[in-house]
Design a protein around this ligand. Structure first.
Ligand SMILES: NC(=O)c1ccc[n+]([C@@H]2O[C@H](COP(=O)([O-])OP(=O)(O)OC[C@H]3O[C@@H](n4cnc5c(N)ncnc54)[C@H](OP(=O)(O)O)[C@@H]3O)[C@@H](O)[C@H]2O)c1
Length: 336
């Protein structure tokens, strides 16, 4: 018989908006899974840049979501609500959540859960949902990247970047990545980037035009914004798609729209967190069909830079803000 669940748990709370030090372990009730939700005993929780924004007070959880940070977890299902399909107590899963991941237990909508692929452990599984959902919906759905096209991703060594490079390469695109050091560029090449550009020493737009014989990139995934916006457009191909997922250098820029019209380009973007459970469930189904087999076979794998005990979430955020990492940072509970 399954052990009874505890009434409360350790969770990381944001004491008030501020620096990493505002992340403090506290006691919270173990969530009760609602209809359509499962309760996961968390072994590992991924850390993502949006968690840093939330901690700073710039990215409030959507209505109804937990105020505990954390957008992805992996662990074992310990309880199920009504209408959760085939998921059952004891299943090992990873899940995309709208909040609540930095905790010993986390409720997740059943459609946003996926099985742990192949022989991956729960630590690697926890590093999957946020970046794989984001890259899939932005690069392949919205950006419509096709085999044989040229794809560029900025922040190539980030959690998002390491996922985007591997997926675009696995699906037959030619990949250009930018990153902030030669070491990071080397890491991008090892993951499948055909060309990696150190943006501190080289002009990425010139490099793209040179590598594509003046044609430009077909799809660009950008998290930087600011002065990158006109530069991205200057090296975007005819019929090219520029997809914005963040604005690390700001969301304002002066651009000339005429080339967008003349070159039939698309400027788009999206955020994942506020989208409906049904929409996230659709992305999960695509990932399960098209990407989970690649993870199960070991053809692609999440890149883990470092793990921290859950109680040291502040140190994990310090590392993320230093941008010294390549790939993902993951928090571990005693169940990892
Ligand atoms: N729209 C969505 O649905 C969605 C979902 C998830 C994440 N995101 C966004 O995607 C981005 C990546 O997330 P993540 O969790 O993968 O973060 P991460 O691992 O912390 O990566 C951020 C990267 O950005 C680069 N960077 C930072 N400041 C920069 C600047 N001023 N110019 C150029 N590059 C800069 C850093 O590497 P360098 O050393 O190369 O500078 C770093 O690798 C974040 O901005 C996040 O908010 C969006």
């Amino acid at each position: 018989m399954a052990a009874p669940l505890p009434r409360d748990m350790t969770a990381i709370e944001i004491a008030q908006p501020g620096g990493p030090e505002v992340l403090k372990p506290g006691r919270r009730p173990v969530p009760a899974p609602g209809a359509g939700e499962v309760l996961i005993e968390v072994a590992a929780a991924g850390v993502n840049r949006p968690d840093v924004l939330q901690r700073q007070g710039g990215y409030a959880p959507p209505p109804g979501a937990s105020d505990i940070p954390g957008l992805e977890v992996a662990g074992r299902i310990v309880a199920v609500g009504d209408g959760t399909g085939s998921w059952k107590v004891g299943d090992s899963v990873c899940a995309l959540v709208a909040g609540g991941g930095y905790a010993e237990y986390c409720a997740a909508p059943a459609p946003q859960c996926l099985p742990v692929p192949g022989k991956l452990d729960l630590i690697h599984a926890a590093a999957l949902p946020e970046t794989f959902f984001t890259v899939w919906t932005n690069v392949f759905d919205r950006g419509r990247l096709q085999r044989g096209e040229t794809f560029m991703v900025h922040g190539g060594s980030s959690g998002i970047g390491t996922t985007a490079i591997q997926l675009a390469h696995a699906f037959g695109a030619r990949v250009i990545a930018t990153a902030g050091s030669d070491e990071k560029c080397e890491a991008c090449r090892k993951l499948g980037a055909d060309i990696a550009v150190n943006y501190r020493t080289e002009d990425f737009a010139a490099k793209v035009m040179e590598a594509t014989e003046g044609k430009g990139a077909d799809v660009i995934l950008d998290m930087v914004g600011g002065d990158y916006i006109p530069k991205n457009l200057s090296c975007l191909a005819v019929e090219g798609r520029l997809v914005q997922i963040a604005f690390l250098k700001g969301s304002k820029a002066e651009i000339n729209l005429a080339p967008i019209m003349m070159r039939r380009q698309t400027l788009t973007g999206s955020t994942l967190r506020p989208r409906s459970v049904a929409q996230k469930g659709e992305i999960a189904q695509s990932l399960r069909a098209k990407v989970w087999p690649l993870l199960a076979s070991g053809k692609i794998a999440p890149v883990i830079h470092k793990t921290f005990p859950l109680a040291q979430a502040a140190d994990a955020h310090r590392l993320m803000e230093s941008s010294a990492h390549v790939g993902k940072i993951v928090l571990l509970t005693a169940k990892a």
